[in-house]
Ligand binder design. Sequence first.
Ligand code: HEC
Length: 504
Amino acid sequence: MKRASRTASTRTTSFERWSYGAIALLVSAVFIVEACASDGATSTAVERFPHEFPDAGFVPTPAEYCPTPAESCGPLFELSQDYPSELPGDEELPDFLDLDFSAGEDAAVAYLEAVRDYAFEGNEEIDFRVEHNEQRNWYHMPWQHYGPNGREGIHGLTREAVAQPQQLANIQTADLPANVKTEGQFSTYAIGFYNAFGGYSIGQSWADPNNPQAGNVFPEGTVIFKLLFTEAGEENGVGYLANPTQWPAYVYKHDLTKWKVGTEPADAPREVRQLNLIQMDIMVRDDRTLETSGTGWVFGTFLYNGTVDSSARYRNLIPLGLQWGDDPDLTDPAENFENKFNFPLRAAWDEPNVINNLLQETIINSSSDVPHTHLGWGSRLTGPVDFYQSSCQSCHTTAQWPVESQLSPAFSPDSKEPAFGPSGSAWNRWFQNLPLGEAFDEGAETTDNVLQLQISIKNFYEAKSAQDGGVFLVDGFPNGVNTGQVDPDDLHTRDLGVPIPGGN
Ligand code: HEC
């Protein structure tokens, strides 16, 4: 793939060490330090990149993490960042690349279960502190610590979308914690993990920690999985969150008199609370999709159902379905559904899901173990915490640098109720099958469906810009974000506290 050539900045300020105020005080790692390259810190034969990216942006104090007794204080998050500098050999390719995911529901579920086993191997017993996995190397994406959504310090979770009332279950209402009003809204926090094929690619994009690159594609065999946790629980009407699998996390306190849920700024107070595992997402770079949709990727998701086996913990993640294309020709698939988005949810959580059998590139598991959920546009695949007018691939196809298009056309300020229009309409641009390696917008370079890579580069430039006290121009876009609204004369004075359209 073509590598990016950047006119990134006219500035020469060193970005190797700097502070960004209060948050920096909480970060346990020093900023990008070029160190320990040859001191034997690497224990395997593979050469490693010597960088040290920050672990987290929001770390609890001991008094917050473990008030009493001191012994109950668990470990803190460590960024797994010894990215391999050589592509792993074919012998490391996962076995499930031989399983035909597209041959019907049973085959799809078997593929998903095999990916789940692969993701869990050596990780379940260490609560996904993957840097300690003795069977397989797993890595994290750097530069997710920055900004108000940045990584917290216990499990490395970033803040994600807010679940609206009746998004997770038809009777999802009550407030949490009990004495704090959230109006039925609950934040999601999540973390993603990359196998060695993915880690290799991250290392390539971030080979120079002061000049990250887009334009690479991830190699076949890349497996990414993401664990998603919600603030909601069974007590809020979400029945499948019975017998929860919980992680403590350092998350925002809610105060509706000041901020809507999910909009708390970086300096808002946090506290340690237990969150409930609700969903697991996977992405696999599987070359067989090049023959069909051409996109290179299989997306899949799993829903937690604690009523299946009260002691199964992570194994209560039940395959919901997979997707290897966006069925671009099926532009009016939901016409006959009574509630075409199946949102807000009206059926009880243990009712069967409504499946759109016209879809050729999504397969949904019809098992009664799968909680009732809303799915995506035309019942393409999304999970309960995801957006109901989108699909996995639809959001992910916009991953590129610089950031330009929104994740979904519905997020655009001038968005209208989506017209189930003929193929080729503006809306359907988000439901195309973009060939592997192509960027969504002209003039941008792909980050190959990997949104965390896009966010890492964006965060890097935003931090750099904040350090410089102004806006940083990357290929004509301020901080890499094409807002179309910025007067070039104003570039050094723009208030970075204002949310940037196109950001997350
Ligand atoms: C509304 C848009 C949206 C939808 C729908 C969506 N995602 Fe994502 N996804 C994101 C964003 C934004 C990120 C990066 C933020 C993060 O993970 O911290 C992300 C991250 C991920 C990651 C980590 C790797 C990466 O690309 O950053 C995986 C794996 C993933 N999503 C899988 C899925 C799957 C599977 C589905 C469908 C079940 C899905 N996503 C639906 C927006 C979306």
